[in-house]
Design a binder for this molecule. Structure first.
Ligand code: C5P
Length: 231
């Protein structure tokens, strides 16, 4: 399935809070590659549903919304502004509640199908870092390098707690842990594109690792496989 005409793709999958977002962004920046934050597309679909009064169990209407999402990702000084129908929704779609709603719409097969072509369009030269749950298994099964990042649920809850604290938001560690466990269960048990490592993915447990450790490790793997020059 590997086509010489297609740009290289590095897929980074794993549960929420394993560090995928930060690590994918840093690697894309280092390599000058494009970045696909696929979770944002599910979050945006749920957000658009609320805006247009579509119920989260109306699968055909949600799929239509997903297919026609009017979204622009604007890269700006190390961050990305996310515009939905001209409105900056970057903060609104990052809340725990928005993640929960995203996980509900992500369980619907027609929504996943509707977002497939849009995700594949991100694959452009010189390369793509694709961050999500099913990047290596479904969206880019021919990706030459696939990473599956994990961390214990306790560590992921702790990281999220610190992030929220830094943002000046109140949070409870024990309720964050419960939410993370519930979202993991839904993402792993759904019938379509469940969260699981691709057979050919490299699994990396980040519980005891720092972000620069993980970025260096992935960069070495890319260099070993000849996608980038050795450092
Ligand atoms: O990665 P993020 O937390 O933004 O994803 C939000 C939700 O979107 C996840 O909990 C998951 O249910 C869903 N998702 C997915 N497939 C992806 C990316 C995200 O099902 N490729």
């Amino acid at each position: 399935m590997n086509s010489p005409h297609q740009a290289a793709v590095l897929t980074i999958d794993g549960p929420g809070g394993a560090g995928k977002g930060t690590i994918s962004r840093l690697i894309a920046e280092r390599l000058g590659w494009h970045l696909l934050d696929s979770g944002a597309l599910y979050r945006l679909t749920a957000h658009a549903a609320a805006k247009h009064g579509v119920m989260l169990d109306d699968e055909p209407a949600l799929a239509r919304l997903a297919e026609t999402l009017d979204v622009t990702f604007l890269a700006e000084d190390g961050t990305t502004r996310i515009m939905l129908e001209g409105e900056d929704v970057g903060t609104a779609i990052r809340t725990e509640a928005a993640g929960e709603r995203a996980s509900q719409v992500a369980a619907l097969p027609a929504v996943r199908q509707a977002l497939l072509a849009r995700q594949r369009d991100f694959r452009q030269a010189p390369g793509l870092v694709a961050d999500g749950r099913d990047m290596g298994t479904v969206v880019f099964p021919d990706a030459p390098l696939k990473i599956f990042l994990t961390a214990s649920a306790e560590e992921r809850a702790r990281r999220r707690f610190l992030q929220l604290q830094e943002a000046g938001e109140s949070a409870s560690l024990s309720s964050l842990l419960k939410e993370i466990q519930a979202r993991d269960a839904r993402d792993m048990q759904r019938a379509v594109a469940p969260l699981k490592p691709a057979d050919d993915a490299v699994e990396l447990d980040t519980t005891e690792l720092t972000i620069p450790d993980v970025v260096d490790h992935i960069q070495r793997l890319l260099a070993d496989q000849g996608f980038i020059p050795s450092a």
